[in-house]
Design a protein around this ligand. Sequence first.
Ligand code: ASP
Length: 232
Amino acid sequence: MKKSESILDTARTLDAMDPDLVIVRHAVAGVPKRIADVLDAPVVNAGDGAHEHPTQALLDMLTVRQVKERLEGLTVTIVGDILHSRVARSNIHGFLKMGAEVRIAAPPPMIPVGVESLGVKVFTSVRDALSGADVVMALRIQHERLTGSYVPSIREYSTTFGINRAKLHYAKDDVIVMHPGPVNRGVELSHELTDDRPSVILDQVRNGVAIRMAVLYLFSGRKSQSGRGEAA
Ligand code: ASP
């Protein structure tokens, strides 16, 4: 694609190799679906732009279930750049489907217009968003957003939206802290929370291996059954 081949020609080239499974990560939203429409093999979306990252949501839900033994009825608060986050979007769909309450908290320019229609509760106050939360998920802030027009400064962002032990007091006593990585230490998460419990960041990473093995296992072999690829 870097040599300016079209998405469809790339898809046809991949198809000619008769793969059992194709894993696509792309900077543009919707590319895995476009490729899945043409391929016989199942296509796994490994992150498309700011749209979705399904296996990240699966590994996040597995991590929460291991600690809390359920997902239904939990309150999950996602804090940070929701607008540009494929991780947030997939987790919103996943946790809501599993019966959790999902709250989002961010500076107003980082909240997608109309996001309430997905079923989430929207907050601009971290204190309110964390009140009674079982899970806090901090999202990575990209540096170009911090120096652009989304937030006035890094310091302002980390003071208001950065998660630290003091802010965790608003949440439940047994709250867990998550982050999809890589972390900007001291910006969206304090140093201590990046390293220590109740952070479960390395459990998320470890569970990524199991989830992706499961996805590979479940989808390889699907080609002959369905005859057409499908986006997973
Ligand atoms: N760090 C995660 C990953 O590499 C999240 C992301 O890319 O959006 O999959």
